[in-house]
Design a protein around this ligand. Structure first.
Ligand code: ADP
Length: 453
């Protein structure tokens, strides 16, 4: 086995050299040629040595010489380096061609000459080209027809045509030519189709590679942009707080110190400034919180059921005031960022209670399903629902639908989306106006290896 392996490597290096891995039709033809030489060289003694003995015994010394020459040619093709692969192929074809005719000439139709003649056209078609194979068939046909005519008209005395019958000769020859043409034509069609497939596959691979690269680049840009955005949101919310605080303080001071001297309208305006700055402070805090999601947090294993129970306590006042019923089942233990996960559920439950329909008792259901790669959670309510045209936008920062009816900052669902994303998941909603909403989100089961976005 070891010698066979070394032999294979040596022949491959001699014949194929440093062939590129670009796989086209000539790559496969070269591979075929390499394998033909590999096996013929290894097993040729089985055919050639008995051939040499038989030629010696029967006195066909020219065949004996040809057998030895063939062996030498095979050794040269397999082991001598500085010859181009196309030249090697031509040498093999020429050698086979000469052997065929020498066998035919010496051993007539009864010998293996015709079989060799047939083989040489097929080998040519396989390792070289269909066109050359057709040319070979033409040359062979021409010679065979001439020999056939020689049988009929006895122009020359040559051993191959001696004592032959013209009808038998043409019968055999026509069959041989016919079979050669059919086989070469079939191989040629297959090769052309194969070439087409190889080209298409290469183009497809190139497109896939380009698309993959584009996707990787886009993901990198997106990650950088997200990072930039987070940094920006953090700086803005942090830096704006200071002047905002001064604004609030001075508005307060002005009202308390100069209340008497400011007309009623002015006082009203100042109160507006105070309310607006309070809301701005709330927005800035929410933005700061948003920019900090997932930063430097540790993952751990925790029970979602326990988290929901804690939330029922934390939100007990809201739940009682609104007479909400919370039902949960199948809640698993998962690995994730516990504080963020709790915030995610809290936002969804609080929204389910907040966006209620006046006449309905609030029912909130929390459920989980195990999938192959992730957990799928749902939080559903029987509230006001969401028009399908807004269902994607509500997950973006500051996007709110019922500004005048319900209080809020428009950051709750954006937070949820970011939290789900750091858990390697997705979030979406299924809802119709006035028919309640079901928020779904997934949490990857492979968080130990998932990247913290
Ligand atoms: P906020 O609650 O502060 O307005 P959110 O980001 O939490 O902001 O939600 C964005 C918008 O999505 C809300 O303004 C509301 O219109 C809609 N929404 C969120 N949850 C629900 C829900 N459970 N039912 C109906 N509408 C909802």
């Amino acid at each position: 086995m070891k010698y066979w392996g070394e032999y294979k490597i040596r022949i491959a290096r001699t014949i194929l050299g440093q062939e590129s891995t670009i796989q086209n039709l000539s790559y496969y033809r070269n591979q075929l040629f390499y394998h033909i030489i590999l096996y013929t060289l290894a097993f040729s003694p089985i055919a050639i040595i008995p051939g040499i003995i038989a030629s010696y015994r029967t006195g066909f010394y020219n065949l004996l010489l040809l057998n030895i020459l063939t062996l030498l040619v095979l050794v040269v093709l397999g082991f001598v380096k500085p010859i181009k692969i196309e030249t090697r192929k031509l040498i093999l074809i020429a050698n086979l061609f000469i052997i065929s005719w020498a066998l035919l000439y010496n051993l007539k139709l009864e010998g293996p000459g015709l079989m060799y003649l047939f083989t040489v056209t097929i080998v040519t078609c396989l390792i070289y080209s269909g066109k050359i194979a057709y040319k070979l068939i033409l040359i062979n046909s021409f010679i065979l027809v001439l020999l056939g005519l020689n049988i009929e008209y006895q122009w020359l005395q040559i051993p191959i045509t001696n004592n032959q019958d013209t009808t038998t000769w043409f019968g055999i020859v026509v069959n041989l030519i016919f079979l050669s043409i059919i086989i070469v034509a079939c191989f040629d069609i297959i090769f052309k189709k194969l070439e087409k497939i190889i080209i298409q596959q290469r183009q497809l691979n190139e497109t896939i590679n380009q698309d993959n690269q584009k996707m990787i680049d886009a993901q990198k840009v997106l990650k950088d942009k997200n990072e930039e955005l987070n940094q920006f949101a953090h700086t803005i919310s942090h830096d704006l707080k200071e002047p905002l605080r001064s604004m609030q303080a001075f508005a307060h001071l002005t009202i308390s110190k100069y209340k008497e001297s400011i007309p009623e309208k002015g006082q009203e305006f100042l109160t507006h400034i105070q309310t607006a700055s309070e809301r701005m402070a709330l927005l800035l805090d929410s933005l700061l919180e948003y920019s900090q999601i997932g930063k430097g947090k540790e993952k751990s294993e925790f029970s979602v059921k326990e988290i929901v129970k804690e939330l029922e306590k934390d939100l007990s006042q809201l739940i009682q005031e609104n007479g909400a019923e919370i039902e949960h089942k199948n809640l698993p233990k998962i690995v994730g960022y516990e504080i963020e996960f709790k915030q995610l559920l809290q936002n969804l439950i609080a929204n389910a209670i907040k966006f209620k329909r006046e006449e309905e008792n609030i029912e909130v259901k929390i459920n989980a399903k195990e999938k192959d790669e992730h957990w799928e959670f749902l939080v559903s309510d029987n509230g006001i629902g969401i028009d399908p045209k807004h269902q994607e936008k509500i997950f973006t920062i500051f996007h709110r639908l019922h500004k005048n009816r319900f209080p809020g900052t428009g950051l709750g669902l954006a937070n949820c989306k970011k939290i789900v994303e750091i858990h390697g998941g997705n979030i979406w909603v299924d809802s119709l106006p006035e028919e309640g909403s079901t928020f779904y989100f997934t949490i990857s089961k492979n968080l130990k290896t998932a990247k913290n976005g």
